[in-house]
Design a protein around this ligand. Structure first.
Ligand code: HEM
Length: 151
């Protein structure tokens, strides 16, 4: 059921790709206030979540290999800053934009969906309510336009 909800979210977000800037890095959607950031437990909540998430990515049978050279503490800290920023928190993400960060990785839609599933399992493990999970996924799903580059 949850997987279906995610698939629908990703499918919906791809309906909105018909804009004149489809070839350029899309500006990230940012929340209007910090309600989602607070619901995720603020910075400590995000740090705990991203530690679980990155460990889950590395252990995942489908996409773990793609993270084999990744330093967990670096990726977790970049994700904390990025998600803090897009959920309305007081952080500034200073890493690469999503198009640049994932260029030449040959990421497929299946890879992207696998990552979303790992995130969902990680949020369950942190007891994050389903409605909060969906709000975060709705902010992240459109990023597939910049991240997925292979069939
Ligand atoms: C909504 C989905 C995603 C988000 C929000 C995301 C976010 C990020 C961020 C913030 C970075 C760090 C960039 C930097 O600081 O330069 C990164 C790097 C990376 N991402 Fe993603 N990503 C997503 C999807 C994916 C997928 C689907 C894959 C592959 C299955 C992937 C593989 C990687 C790898 C391998 C790195 C490099 C890590 C390193 O420095 O070793 N990402 N991503």
């Amino acid at each position: 059921m949850k997987t279906l909800a995610i698939a629908a979210l990703v499918a919906l977000s791809s309906l909105a790709t018909f804009n004149t800037h489809a070839q350029t890095a899309a500006p990230a959607a940012v929340a209007k206030n910090d309600a989602l950031y607070q619901a995720l437990g603020g910075k400590p909540g995000l740090q705990a979540l991203m530690d679980v998430f990155v460990a889950g990515l590395k252990a995942d049978k489908r996409i773990g290999e793609q993270f084999k050279d990744t330093k967990s503490s670096f990726l977790a800290s970049q994700l904390v800053d990025q998600v803090c920023m897009v959920t309305g928190g007081p952080c500034k993400y200073d890493g690469a934009d999503m198009k640049t960060a994932h260029a030449d990785m040959g990421i497929t839609r299946a890879n992207f969906n696998a990552l979303v599933e790992v995130l969902q399992v990680s949020m369950d493990a942190r007891n994050i309510p389903f409605s909060t999970q969906n709000q975060l996924l709705a902010l992240l799903a459109p990023m597939h336009r910049d991240i997925v580059t292979a069939k």
